[in-house]
Design a protein around this ligand. Structure first.
Ligand SMILES: C[S@@+](CC[C@H](N)C(=O)[O-])C[C@H]1O[C@@H](n2cnc3c(N)ncnc32)[C@H](O)[C@@H]1O
Length: 359
């Protein structure tokens, strides 16, 4: 009885219009002046309890990495002077981690070898006035690679800002890309990123569409070949290190606690927007099983029972093998794959799960 009341409540909540929190509507300085424990300390207490239990003996090394400087990758802008840029990066002893991967990807991303904590210089603008690379956590390209975008695909990036993965999707060839984000200020950032990296004609010729919509109430059904749901989450690294805009701030407790619901609604939208036979990749940058595999599990059940959308999880173990020289994967994830931060390769956390809509 209790279980069925719970399930009914979840179903009802998934149908209710979502409350878009103010921070997603306009830019606001978060009250770092409010008295109380600093948000990063609250985040650390939470992580020690939750991830200590979830990761067991792995947690101390993951914790040390999360509290240390993150490792970046340089995603090459294929619209810049690629040869000169890559020559410069090779001279720094960086290498393209995708070079040996048996994938048909248009992406090139340079990283420093394991154990090397060098940093990339800031990107520079080339002859066309476009920046030559975009610095990001190299593991955040995995969701884009797992989507396996093909030139005839229509792709939806449901939570796109500030745009690292949108840029990567544009470096892959696709017929049409719809990039969306509910936050107006973050959409403006996305727009600036695209202006700095993508030639004007490609931005205006109808191959790319930018929208600022609530992704939980997506108006298009069953039309995309690929959908990326890179969901808002507790962004563990940021929460452990930065006071500003920290979701562990006491004033944001309700927002934090409702993240799994928001994530579920976004993933459900993604599954409805993709056409049968198409794939959705759900990703986050948290280690939290509640925000990762629990969301996937719950949404697969609800999509089938409430909307007649049947979907299956795709095995990414081969994919994990392909990249195990560069990233440290958790070998015990129930569904999907999880990149664990480690001091020798301080990427992640990054969770991804690939889901195919079968009907
Ligand atoms: C993890 S970030 C996305 C990062 C982005 N994919 C990238 O690679 O740069 C999550 C994004 O979800 C957006 N978001 C939050 N709620 C949303 C909603 N209801 N619909 C669409 N986007 C939403 C946030 O504004 C935020 O930009």
């Amino acid at each position: 009885m209790a279980a069925s009341i719970g399930a009914t409540l979840i179903r009802r909540k998934l149908r209710e219009p979502v409350r878009v929190f103010c921070r997603y509507r306009y830019k606001k300085k978060w009250a770092s002046s409010v008295v109380g424990a600093p948000a990063p300390r609250l985040a650390l207490q939470f992580c020690d309890v939750t991830y200590g239990a979830q990761l067991g003996g792995l947690w101390p090394s993951v914790r040390a990495a999360l509290l240390s400087e993150q490792k970046y990758g340089a995603l090459i802008n294929k619209f810049s002077s690629v040869e000169a840029v890559t020559r410069g990066l090779r001279s720094l002893n960086a290498a393209d981690f995708l070079q040996k991967a048996p994938l048909t990807s248009g992406l090139t991303c340079y990283t420093f070898p394991r154990g090397d904590i060098s940093r990339f210089p800031a990107a520079r603008s080339g002859t066309l006035g476009l920046l030559d690379y975009y610095l990001l956590d190299a593991s955040s390209l995995l969701p884009v690679l797992a989507l396996d975008v093909q030139p005839d695909h229509r792709v939806l990036d449901l939570c796109a800002a500030p745009g690292g993965k949108t840029l990567a999707l544009l470096m892959e060839d696709c017929r049409f890309l719809a990039a969306n984000d509910a936050s107006l200020s973050r959409c403006k950032r996305l727009h600036r990123v695209l202006q700095s990296y993508i030639p004007g004609n490609l931005r205006t010729e109808g191959r790319l569409r930018l929208t600022t919509l609530d992704g939980t109430d997506w108006p298009e059904d069953s039309i995309y070949d690929r959908v990326l749901v890179d969901a808002p989450c507790t962004t563990d690294r940021h929460s452990l290190l930065e006071e500003e805009n920290n979701i562990f701030h006491r004033a944001r407790t309700r927002e934090r606690q409702s993240l799994p619901l928001l994530q579920s609604r976004l993933l459900l939208s993604g599954l409805r927007a993709v056409a049968p036979g198409g794939d959705v990749v759900y990703s986050t940058c948290t280690l939290s099983a509640l925000q990762n595999e629990c969301v996937v599990e719950r949404v697969l059940g609800l999509a089938a029972s409430e909307y007649g959308v049947h979907a299956e999880i795709q095995d990414l173990r081969g994919f994990r093998e392909m990249f195990r020289q560069t990233f440290t994967f958790h070998l015990d994830t129930r569904l999907g794959e999880l990149v664990l931060p480690q001091l020798s390769a301080n990427h992640g956390p990054l969770y991804l799960c690939k889901i195919r809509r079968v009907r």
